[in-house]
Design a protein around this ligand. Structure first.
Ligand code: ZN
Length: 192
């Protein structure tokens, strides 16, 4: 397992809800935490590791020895309140940062990996992270939410990712769109 970089097509896939949970998926989630900590991230969505399922993980401290580990399955966000602008980054676009406006508080409802329901009004960094990660599950990346002028500032960096992806794909290092679609269908058959 590894974190797939932009513009890998799975990052634009709208993930389907999970209908079953098993030991394999639990192990995948453990590996997602390992990758997230390695990259010093505070959140990671399943499609960022080529797993097209509606789940994401969070640890606001980015450290397995600190903070709380959250696994949110089939998350839903409602009741947005207020407005906040803050700089964001993304493990699928390493090194790129930009200011994004989002609601300051939201109500997050999800299932946890023990099958229990989670519901909380979240704010601050938690609100920021869960909105960023939920966007991933809908195929949305943070630059999509930036203003045109702010996006212009990172256009060259984005192009570099696109160029790198294309050249790696042309060298046969990355799967084709058809292979990626087949892989997605296989996961959905198993879990959705
Ligand atoms: Zn991200």
């Amino acid at each position: 397992m590894r974190i797939v970089p932009y513009p890998h097509p799975v990052l634009r896939h709208v993930s389907k809800p999970i209908k079953r949970f098993d030991a394999d998926l639990r192990e995948k989630i453990r590996q997602m935490f390992d990758l997230m900590y390695e990259a010093e991230g505070v959140g990671l969505a399943a499609n960022q590791v080529d797993l097209p399922l509606r789940l994401f993980i969070v640890n606001l401290k980015a450290d397995p020895k600190k903070g709380e580990e959250f696994v949110f399955l089939n998350p839903v966000i409602t009741r947005p309140k207020g407005n906040a602008e803050q700089e964001e980054g993304c493990l699928s676009l390493p090194g790129v940062r930009g200011k994004v406006k989002r609601p300051e508080k939201v109500l997050l409802t999800a299932y946890m990996s023990n099958g229990k329901e989670y519901e909380a009004e979240v704010d601050g960094l938690m609100a920021r992270v869960v909105q960023h990660e939920l966007d991933h599950l809908d195929g949305v990346l943070f630059p999509d939410r930036m203003s045109d002028t702010a996006k212009a500032d990172i256009a060259e960096e984005i192009e570099e990712f696109e160029f790198d992806f294309l050249s790696r794909r042309n060298s046969g290092e990355l799967p084709s769109d058809a292979e990626i679609a087949a892989q997605i269908a296989e996961w959905e058959t198993k879990y959705c």
